[in-house]
Design a protein around this ligand. Structure first.
Ligand SMILES: *[C@@H]1O[C@H](CO)[C@@H](O)[C@H](O)[C@H]1NC(C)=O
Ligand SMILES: *[C@@H]1O[C@H](CO)[C@@H](O)[C@H](O)[C@H]1NC(C)=O
Ligand SMILES: *[C@@H]1O[C@H](CO)[C@@H](O)[C@H](O)[C@H]1NC(C)=O
Length: 364
């Protein structure tokens, strides 16, 4: 979404409108929204493949510099062990990551990593370099109960499933929006995963880029900071949209802030209509998915003690989006300077054409 209060208010209104049609209750969502620039792009994954240097597929990672191959939930302390964070909110040393997207040349079969670009590129606001992610922490509510309980140290979760190659049942939790040239800078408007978005990769060229949304669950079992599949300790609230559900099921009774990512991929170089003939499209996720249904995101909590709860409790008063006196902000220049060397060193095809995707995942 574009970074304007007007759009944000429209989103809240839209959610309220959708929901009130179903429930008769006014409901909406207050949120923090801020940019985090790229920390590193590499094949590591401390949630799914702890200890493995060269995890099976490539990730683009933002957040605290303590990001590492192993991040044991019992012992990690990101605010203490990070030297810096690539996020605008300087008390946030969490890590956020997603898969990368590649363009596979229909002419010769080689791969090039699709560049990421900043969302709402306005100096002094979301200043991001070579992409990064836009992060949301939302507080869904209905009526007057707005209480959310923030994550415990060590907490982690995954949204989406890299093994999916067909549309999952239920509300969309990951989606792609094909942007027109005019939406290139501000990222398009309208609610995430609405009718303009698709679970699969767009079937037509996107000269303004592709905006990918990843929506995390808003309910927690109240006990576990992780689970074997990194999903079952959290749940989406029942309903026909993943966003802004606030009525948590009995199995997962604790309402947590709803985390959402927006990632902007710059597909302008790859928008030749000739690549989109006969039902084909040229993009593939770094884990070999040519459908797009396997899009997913990983979250690892790492805020300084008390900061996120303070912000969530202040939302709706003078705290909103990237303006929140309850939190400390750092300059765009400072967050961009927070980067990490690859620990899993390899050419990821940012400026070169690769014969194979990093890790050579099966392409299907
Ligand atoms: C990453 O983990 C290794 C091994 O445990 C450790 O030596 C190193 O200091 C860690 N790096 C960071 C940035 O925490
Ligand atoms: C492969 O095709 C792309 C365009 O689709 C081109 O830019 C690139 O140079 C080609 N690489 C080789 C080795 O021919
Ligand atoms: C943003 O800042 C950079 C570096 O100071 C400058 O070159 C660029 O023109 C600015 N862009 C806008 C839109 O103000």
């Amino acid at each position: 979404m574009a970074w304007t209060r007007r759009v944000a208010v429209a989103l809240v209104a839209l959610l309220a409108q959708d929901a009130s049609a179903q429930t008769g209750n006014a409901r909406g969502s207050d949120f923090l929204r801020f940019g985090c620039s790229q920390l590193v792009v590499e094949r590591t994954d401390p949630i799914v493949n702890p200890g493995l240097r060269f995890s099976p597929h490539l990730h683009q990672i933002v957040g605290g510099s303590s990001f590492n191959v192993t991040m044991d939930p019992q012992t990690i302390d990101p605010p203490k062990t990070s030297k810096c964070t690539s996020c605008k909110m300087s008390e946030d040393f969490s890590n956020y990551w997603t898969a990368s997207i590649y363009f596979q040349s229909p002419e010769n079969g080689t791969f090039r990593r699709v560049p990421q670009m900043a969302n709402g590129r306005q100096n002094g606001t979301l200043l991001e370099q070579e992409g990064g992610l836009t992060i949301y922490y939302m507080r869904p509510f209905s009526g007057t109960n707005k209480k959310t309980t923030v994550f415990k140290p060590g907490f982690r979760m995954i949204a989406g499933d890299p093994n999916l190659r067909a549309k999952a049942s239920g509300p969309l939790v990951n989606c792609h929006r094909c942007l027109a040239k005019a939406d290139r800078i501000m990222g398009g408007s309208g609610a995430p995963c609405d009718r303009s978005d698709t679970a699969e990769f767009p079937s037509k060229p996107c000269p303004g880029g592709i905006r990918v949304t990843v929506i995390f669950p808003s309910c927690w079992d109240g006990k576990n900071v992780d689970s074997p599949d990194h999903r079952s300790h959290v749940a989406y609230a029942p309903g026909n949209q993943a966003l802004a559900g606030d009525k948590c099921p009995a199995s997962h009774p604790v309402r947590i802030p709803q985390v959402m990512y927006e990632i902007m991929y710059d597909t302008s170089e790859f928008a030749n209509p000739a690549y989109y003939k006969n039902g084909k499209q040229p993009l593939v996720y770094s884990f070999g998915d040519t459908t797009g249904y396997g899009a997913h995101g990983d979250y690892l909590f790492g805020w300084e003690d008390g900061a996120l709860q303070r912000a969530m409790d202040a939302l709706g008063t003078n705290c909103w989006s990237e303006t929140c006196p309850a939190l400390k902000l750092q300059s765009g220049e400072k967050l961009i300077s927070c980067t990490k060397e690859q620990q899993a060193k390899e050419d990821v095809g940012t400026n070169t054409w690769l014969k194979e995707l990093p890790g050579s995942p099966m392409i299907k």
